[in-house]
Design a protein around this ligand. Structure first.
Ligand code: NAD
Length: 320
């Protein structure tokens, strides 16, 4: 019988990586999971811990700690590895160090013969996804970052709450950099098929422009708020990554705001940013171009400009 095992190799078994792994197990989202970390003992312990939950799970997942050669027949390589900022270290210096970390990861993944899809979560995710694409030499449609997928989920949750509507019936996106310059193109936000702005202009609806601004500020500040309260964020991003993984394995053609290379869309070229994309078994099937108004186009251009400047400052010697 032919087997069609869904295999994921996870690089970086820290808080984000293991939240993803735990959610993968609970949602039976793959058949084989290999954990790789610089700290091999940690990866070994995490694999043991997850395996001990198998008897209570509906999943038959095969889980182990492994090596880069395990990437050879993987469908998806997920990267959540990264180094933390040192006291007083500049953002650019941290980025430079993370770029080196990525070289030590992406090169051996490529040498294994891996021919699947990269999914990157390490921050700053748009830059790290671009670095992965450049180092691997892969077709950009097979290199995805988590982008603004989590920010979009936060937006839909907050809007749904405010309007007392199921978030699944809210169609609104956060786009651009996963960071300070991200924004909500409100002209494109819908409740079912009705524009949210139109709904909010009705006198009997308790939703003003100030409420919409507060919601988008809350989305932008959510990560910092959580970090202040509990030092790091990981469950939400872990679940967002499982959602993307399922869209890939299920060949779903789902619309998700992942970080994708723009190749002419929105008038941008080469930069990776969070935009709604159709995601399926081949990775990104298509980047969707929203009909942004003039003000939104400018915000998007500025956000991409920020990402472009940071990437160029990195001066990646030897990057392909
Ligand atoms: P963490 O410190 O808990 O885990 C990082 C792991 O990477 C550690 O286990 C470390 O040993 C490993 N590592 C470091 N260098 C490595 C290498 N060369 N090879 C293999 N493994 C290596 O950090 P975390 O909380 O899991 O966060 C991981 C990343 O995810 C960070 O960059 C964080 O900012 C990012 N993050 C992204 C989002 C998002 O929306 N994209 C959300 C939350 C966190």
């Amino acid at each position: 019988m032919a087997t069609d095992k869904r295999k994921v190799v996870l690089i970086g078994a820290g808080m984000v990586g293991m939240s993803y792994a735990y959610a993968l197990l609970n949602q039976s989202a793959c058949d084989e999971l290999v954990l790789i970390d610089l700290d091999r003992e940690r990866a070994r312990g995490e694999a043991m811990d997850l395996n001990h939950g198998l008897a209570f799970s509906s999943s038959h997942m095969k889980i182990c700690a492994g090596e880069y050669r395990d990437c050879a027949d993987a469908d998806i390589v997920v990267i959540c590895a990264g180094v933390a900022q040192k006291p007083g270290e500049s953002r650019l210096n941290l980025l430079q160090r993370n770029a080196e970390v990525f070289r030590s990861i992406v090169d051996p993944v490529g040498e294994s013969g891996f021919n699947g899809i990269f999914l990157v979560a390490t921050n700053p995710v748009d830059i790290m996804t671009r670095i992965t694409c450049s180092l691997s030499g892969f077709n950009p449609r097979r290199v995805l970052g988590t982008g603004t997928a989590l920010d979009t989920a936060r937006l839909r949750y907050l809007l749904g709450n405010h309007l007392s509507v199921d978030p699944r019936n809210i169609h609104a996106y956060v786009i651009g950099e996963h960071g300070d310059s991200e924004f909500v193109p409100w002209s494109q936000a819908m409740l079912a098929t009705k524009p949210i702005r139109e709904i909010c202009s009705q006198p009997d609806i308790n939703c003003s422009d100030a409420d919409l601004n507060r919601i988008s500020d809350e989305v932008r500040g959510a990560a910092q708020e959580i970090i202040k309260a509990k030092k790091a964020t990981y469950y939400g991003i872990g679940m967002a990554m499982v959602r993307i993984t399922k869209a890939i394995f299920g060949d779903e053609n789902s619309v998700l705001t992942v970080s994708a290379m723009l190749r002419g869309e929105y008038g941008e070229n080469g930069v990776f940013a969070g935009v709604p994309c159709i995601v399926n078994r081949s990775g990104i099937r298509k980047v969707l171009e929203l009909p942004l108004n003039e003000e939104e186009q400018k915000k998007f251009k500025d956000s991409c400009g920020t990402l472009q400047a940071v990437y160029q400052d990195l001066n990646l010697e030897g990057g392909r």
